[in-house]
Design a protein around this ligand. Structure first.
Ligand SMILES: Cc1cc2nc3c(=O)[nH]c(=O)nc-3n(C[C@H](O)[C@H](O)[C@H](O)COP(=O)(O)OP(=O)(O)OC[C@H]3O[C@@H](n4cnc5c(N)ncnc54)[C@H](O)[C@@H]3O)c2cc1C
Length: 512
């Protein structure tokens, strides 16, 4: 039987007025199956959350013949998926239709090697391999459901394509060290729609797909806790609808697709304190971790809860890539042509109190999204160092060495691509990007329930919690660290493994 934490210390009540140590039952603690005398709703599969993961799980579960009910706390579908650009990271196997049309012959090996290297120690090899091997089929599945992709490439270095072009580089594939480990290829697939409007269109299409099937959808329905039997098997879920607590019997299982926890300040401060101090959370208000907590309370294990997608929008304008980033010692620490979240991850690792962008007037462009403060300008780099409070000799040496290489089109220390190399010349400026002080750092969470790739939520022993599945940011899935993130990995994960969880739950032997 899965281990359960029945009681927790209630911090809210342990206050001046309640000085005694108060112990209270967790609100998300599972209800006992044996105590339920009446089921208001019965189904095969109950899905919690109607964002990207929930939609894909519902489509696949219904197509596999299961009776499905979705419970969504908001009054409409969408979640954070609808707020996103819905770029999806896909490729391998010779290339998707869009990749091939744009002249790229992607290979599954290159895609796999890239993702393994990017996710590093935290990567889940089984999940990465499954994702890469199934990626072409996933692309075709999207097409068959009416998701439009244009056979054209967006060539600028950007966070999102602002055109309707179908393909762009969204990771660090062309940057060192990755270009030496796997042949670079663009894999970010962008929906055919002008502007940054992929998310709303994607969720509109997915919602229509769900509605066209025999799936019951309950909006304004907040899942409160799971229902487990004495053996620890999840048998259903309690949902609040119209102010009433409704008991839902899920004969085959419950799939938690309720998103991450970046909007839950207490959880963020507890699990990812550093991120909570420096970053603005991005997502929808219901990214409050309720699904994760329900799963944990029913015996699930949490994984990598400190990991977040943390970034600083370093580009556009791409010309800022011609600058160099230095730490409090006036030394570089990264090739500045990598993906923006990798930059943020390395900024966070610096010893000392400050991080600056050092750039020449020619390449400094405003407006930009950095949120940095120009703290020093000067005709010489020494003046800038002094004004910014950086060690003069160090910064001077850093810039001199960088410029010598840049003139020859090489970066011997950090291997920035020649396309982004140019000597830094007067007038010089130092832009303060010190986390917690300056810089538009934003984040959403990557940690969550530990699952099998097929969606089964795992106990500490690794065994599944019977009847319980999860997908999307409710889980610790494919992207596990900012350092190796590429745009499209989250919606890729959410949709690919959401589909898998839907199929797996639908094929489970049902229990009344
Ligand atoms: C601005 C922005 C841009 C982004 N762009 C990209 C991108 O281009 N590509 C990419 O890969 N990633 C992107 N991301 C990240 C990505 O969008 C999300 O990580 C992903 O869409 C999450 O999907 P999900 O299905 O897990 O959660 P969601 O889409 O958030 O769905 C969860 C649903 O569960 C509901 N819910 C929550 N609690 C309950 C409850 N107790 N009961 C019932 N329902 C509940 C919520 O209301 C929500 O509808 C972006 C994120 C943001 C914020």
């Amino acid at each position: 039987m899965p281990e359960r934490r029945l009681f927790v210390y209630d911090r809210d009540r342990h206050s001046e007025s309640h000085p005694e140590r108060v112990v209270t039952q967790r609100r998300d603690q599972p209800r006992k199956f044996e105590d339920i005398s009446k089921w208001q709703i019965e189904t095969d599969v109950a899905i919690i959350g109607f964002g990207g993961a929930g939609a894909c799980a519902a489509i696949e579960a219904a197509d596999a013949g299961a009776e499905v009910v979705i419970f969504e706390v908001a009054s409409a579908s969408g979640g954070s998926t609808a707020l996103s650009s819905a770029e999806i990271y896909m490729g391998g196997g010779g290339g998707t239709r869009v990749q091939r049309a744009c002249g790229y012959q992607d290979s599954t090996e290159d895609m796999t090697h890239y993702l393994l290297a990017a996710q590093g120690d935290l990567g889940d090899e089984e999940r990465i391999r499954l994702y890469c091997e199934g990626s072409l089929e996933h692309f075709d599945w999207m097409l068959a459901r009416g998701v439009p992709y244009k056979d054209s490439e967006f060539k600028a270095r950007a966070i999102v394509a602002t055109t309707d072009d179908g393909l762009l580089y969204t990771g660090s594939e062309k940057a060192w060290p990755f270009r030496e480990l796997a042949k670079p290829c663009p894999r970010g697939h962008n929906l055919e729609i002008e502007g940054d409007n992929g998310g709303p269109l994607f969720m509109k299409i997915m919602t229509e797909q769900v509605e066209s099937r025999d799936v019951r959808i309950e909006y304004d329905a907040r899942a409160l806790c799971l229902i487990s039997d004495d053996a620890g098997e999840v048998r259903g879920v309690v949902v609040r609808i119209d102010g009433e607590k409704v008991s839902v019997l899920a004969r085959k299982g419950v799939i938690l697709c309720a998103g991450g926890f970046v909007m839950n300040r207490e959880m963020l401060a507890t699990y990812a304190p550093e991120t909570s101090q420096i970053a603005t959370p991005i997502g929808n208000p219901f990214d409050d971790g309720t699904g994760i907590r329900m799963g944990e309370a029913a015996g699930g294990t949490l994984l990598h809860m400190n990991q977040c997608f943390l970034t600083i929008p370093y580009y556009p304008p791409s010309s800022l890539t011609f600058g160099i980033l230095v730490n409090a010692q006036g030394q570089r620490f990264i090739n500045e042509d990598v993906y923006h979240a990798r930059i943020a991850a390395h900024i966070r690792k610096q010893v000392g109190e400050s991080v600056y962008l050092i750039i020449g007037e020619k390449y400094w462009k405003e407006p930009n999204m950095l949120g940095g403060a120009i703290v020093a300008t000067g005709e010489t780099i020494e003046e800038v160092a002094e004004e910014a409070g950086l060690p003069v000799d160090n910064l001077s040496h850093t810039v001199q060495a960088y410029n010598e290489g840049a003139k020859k089109g090489v970066d011997p220390v950090f291997h920035k691509q020649a396309d982004w190399l140019a000597p830094i010349e007067s007038t010089f400026a130092a832009i303060d990007l010190t986390p917690g002080k300056h810089g538009n750092y934003v984040a959403f969470t990557l940690g969550g329930l530990w699952t099998r790739p097929t969606g089964e939520v795992r106990q500490m022993s690794g065994e599944p919690v019977p009847g319980l599945y999860a997908a999307g940011r409710n889980t610790c899935g494919l992207p596990r660290r900012a350092e190796g993130y590429a745009s499209g990995l989250s919606v890729g994960d959410v949709t690919f493994f959401g589909r898998m969880a839907g199929r797996r739950a639908a094929h489970r032997e049902g229990r009344g």
